[in-house]
Design a protein around this ligand. Structure first.
Ligand SMILES: [Zn+2]
Ligand SMILES: [Zn+2]
Length: 194
């Protein structure tokens, strides 16, 4: 399995959000036995936010937008659902974790940082605060961190590749289900809305 370092490399920095995503992804890979997935199987991930954590999900599970097996729902929740096609084996993982209480000094340093203070003391304190949070997340047990529900669903058939057709206004091609009709002409969404 890919490590937290692999995830940091992909994401470009290490942060608590990424650590959360890593823990979710590790649990998902284990629970759905994703490492032994066959060629005829596929995992689909539904993520309910589009923050740092999702990069960890992509690296560990291989679910990406480009492949069409990463679906984003803009609910602002730390909830991740994974399902296996065609079996329909699925898990829903929600993060429910209380980070360690911050000390008065940490709060003060964070306040100074958010007001633009970049002095050495402040930077060091802010860095340590972040490292402490990440360590707490990476060290916590699954049960302290995650609520995992297993279920089984019947999945819709795999996303089809649609024929492309040409917009009669701008002349560019689009996937057929995205075509709209405007003044009797078949057009793309940007032309339809303009
Ligand atoms: Zn991040
Ligand atoms: Zn157009």
């Amino acid at each position: 399995m890919k490590t937290f370092d692999d995830v940091v490399k992909f994401h470009g920095h290490s942060c608590p959000g990424l650590a959360f995503g890593y823990r979710v992804a590790v649990a998902a890979v284990k629970e759905l036995n994703m490492e032994n997935i066959s060629e005829d199987e596929e995992v689909v991930a539904i993520v309910e936010n589009d923050l740092c954590a999702v990069d960890a999900i992509q690296v560990l599970t291989g679910c990406t937008f480009g492949k069409g097996n990463l679906i984003f729902k803009d609910y602002g929740k730390q909830v991740y659902t994974f399902m296996k096609r065609p079996s329909g084996d699925a898990i829903r993982i929600s993060i429910d974790f209380t980070l360690p209480e911050e000390t008065e000094e940490e709060k003060e340093m964070w306040k100074r940082y958010s007001e633009g203070d970049r002095s050495e003391d402040v930077l060091k304190a802010v860095h340590n605060r972040k490292a402490k949070k990440m360590k707490a997340i990476l060290d916590a047990s699954d049960s302290e961190l995650l609520k995992i529900t297993r279920f089984r669903i019947s999945l819709p058939p795999e996303a089809r590749i649609y024929p492309s057709i040409r917009c009669e206004m701008c002349g560019e091609k689009m996937a057929e289900p995205k075509a709209r009709v405007k003044d009797g002409r078949i057009v793309c969404i940007p032309c339809f809305e303009s």
